[in-house]
Each structure stands twice: as C-alpha cells, then as structure tokens.
Design a protein. Structure first.
Length: 303
C-alpha cells in the first residue's frame, strides 16, 4: 500500500530531510512542496540533495514522491493576465524540478476565476496549460478536485473533464482526488464511494486518477468550505476513509494525508504531527479510539 503524508523540505537537508521525516511516519510515499507554498522562491536543483534522498528511500522502503504546486499559481484568473506569463514559466520549471526529484505527479489546484465565471476561469486555465505542456513531460500535472470555496474551479468531475478535453497535450494531465474536497463539493464519499468512483470513471476516466489525498472533513457534505480534520474526527469518518485507502480500484495509487497537526496543550503554537498514528490505523484497518491521546503523548515525532 502506497501511503504517506505531506512532509517538509527545508534547511540544509532539503529532500533528504523530507525522506527522513516520511520514514519516521512509516510511510511508503510522501508529498512535498519544492519551496514555500505561498511563494515561488525555489532553490537550484543542485542543492536539493536528491541522490542522498533516493538512497535513503531505497533503504527505508519509500517508493513514491508527489509534488504539490504552490497555491499562489492561479492560471484561472482572467483578471490578472499580467501575472499569467510568470505562472506559465514557473509551472514549466516546476515540472523540471519534479522530474529531477523523481516525482511522476504534480498535484495542482486549478485555481479561481475570481468573480468572473467558471467558463472564463476554465478557458484561461486551459490557455495556460496549453502554453506549459509540450507532451514531452515525464511528470504529469495532477489537477486536484476542489471543494468549491469562493470562486474555485474544478469542483465537479464535469469541470475536470472540460479542462482536460481543452488541453492539446492532455496526456500530460492526471487527477488528484481529495476526499475532504469531494465531500465538501457534494460527493457522497461517506455512504457511496463506489458510486463516486463510478461517476468519475464515466465522466473523466479512472485511468486519469493518479493521487488520492485522504482527509476527513470538519463540514457536512456540500458545505463548500474545505476544512480538513484528522482521520476519524470529522463527518466522513474512519470507516469510509479506510475503504478509500484499501479500495481495490485504487491499488498502486499513492494515498497522501494532509490532516492538521494536533495541539497538545493550551498554547496554540504547540502542535504535533498525527501522521505516524493515522498511517498505522490504515495499515491495521482499525480505528484507534485513543488517537488524540497517543499523538499528544509522543515524545519524539522523528524517532
């Protein structure tokens, strides 16, 4: 089972530190930003310590790296075309970074139309992707399913299909499913995930699905709010998410946790990562009733 979480990539260790963190959670996959998600500052590929990281991956049984493109890249906004060229150039360079790192998938938020229309947002995004993609890419842009917060596009399978069909070299496109986002967009992940997968297969095609983000949701289905919470602590629940993780049609697809760190005392800044415990639950297929206590009591989260 390919399962892991978002991990950091920073400081002097860069990708090597990412692998160390992922290994501490007993992961077989992990996801990183190649720099801060709020900006486009990136270190040269030569400084990422890639060969050392790959060596440690082989030693620890980690098979898959997923890249997440930064939030700031919004190719769907027709109101700010002065930024458009920069975003196109950045995304093209991000593909090169992903390929150098050894990642096959780049999870990508399709963006927001910012008060114009879904039609205009999709049209602008398609234009951008057509400028980025050449068909020679080794790493695919994995468009993420979105919750529909504000003016986001990509909130329905139909919108994803429209985006993909508009891109000339759409063999370089795939999809990232996010369980929280789909729940908040109105899809019945909790009670009818088989039906959700069937609908996706008919509208987009299951062969396009390359990454799954496994997150519980703080909100009821159809809320369009996009608020992740820890596994088993939200409205989707452990049983439904465990079915997603172990679903036979998703075998071989990396499952990535993006659940929030857990506050362990009265100080809001004092938080610990939950991933080791959440991954263990999925591997065992059983919910841990003492999950929060176990997370809070850990003394060395990189042990």
């Amino acid at each position: 089972m390919l399962i892991g979480s978002h991990v950091g990539m920073k400081g002097k260790k860069m990708l090597l530190g990412s692998v160390e963190e992922a290994a501490s959670y007993k992961s077989s996959a992990f996801m990183i930003y190649t720099g801060a998600p709020q900006n486009t500052k990136r270190k040269p590929i030569e400084e990422l310590r890639i060969s050392e990281a790959h060596k440690l991956m082989a030693e620890t049984g980690i098979e898959t790296i997923v890249i997440h493109a930064p939030y700031i890249v919004n190719l769907a906004n027709p109101n700010k075309m002065d930024n458009f060229g920069f975003y196109v150039e950045f995304l093209a360079e991000e593909i090169k970074r992903a390929e150098a790192i050894g990642a096959k998938q780049i999870t990508f938020h399709p963006g927001s139309h910012v008060g114009t229309s879904v039609k205009d947002g999709i049209k602008t995004l398609v234009k951008g992707l057509n400028e980025v993609l050449t068909g020679q890419e080794q790493a695919q842009i994995a468009i993420e399913t979105m919750a529909g917060k504000g003016s986001e596009i990509g909130t329905s399978f139909e919108q994803l299909a429209e985006i993909i069909s508009g891109v000339t070299h759409n063999e370089s496109l795939s999809v990232t499913m996010d369980t929280c986002h789909m729940n908040d967009a109105g899809y019945d992940v909790k009670q009818d995930f088989d039906g959700v997968l069937n609908a996706f297969d008919h509208i987009v095609g299951l062969d396009r699905l390359k990454v799954v983000h496994v997150n519980d949701s703080k909100n009821e289905r159809g809320s369009h709010k996009d608020r992740h919470t820890n596994i088993g602590q939200g409205t989707i629940g452990f049983d439904a998410l465990n079915k997603v993780v172990h679903h036979p049609q998703l075998e071989g697809i990396p499952k990535i946790l993006e659940t929030p760190w857990v506050q362990y005392d009265d100080n809001k800044r004092h938080k610990k990562p939950p991933y080791r415990f959440e991954i263990a639950m999925f591997r065992e297929g059983q919910y841990n009733d003492h999950l929060m206590d176990d997370i809070k009591s850990q003394t060395d989260w990189m042990k």
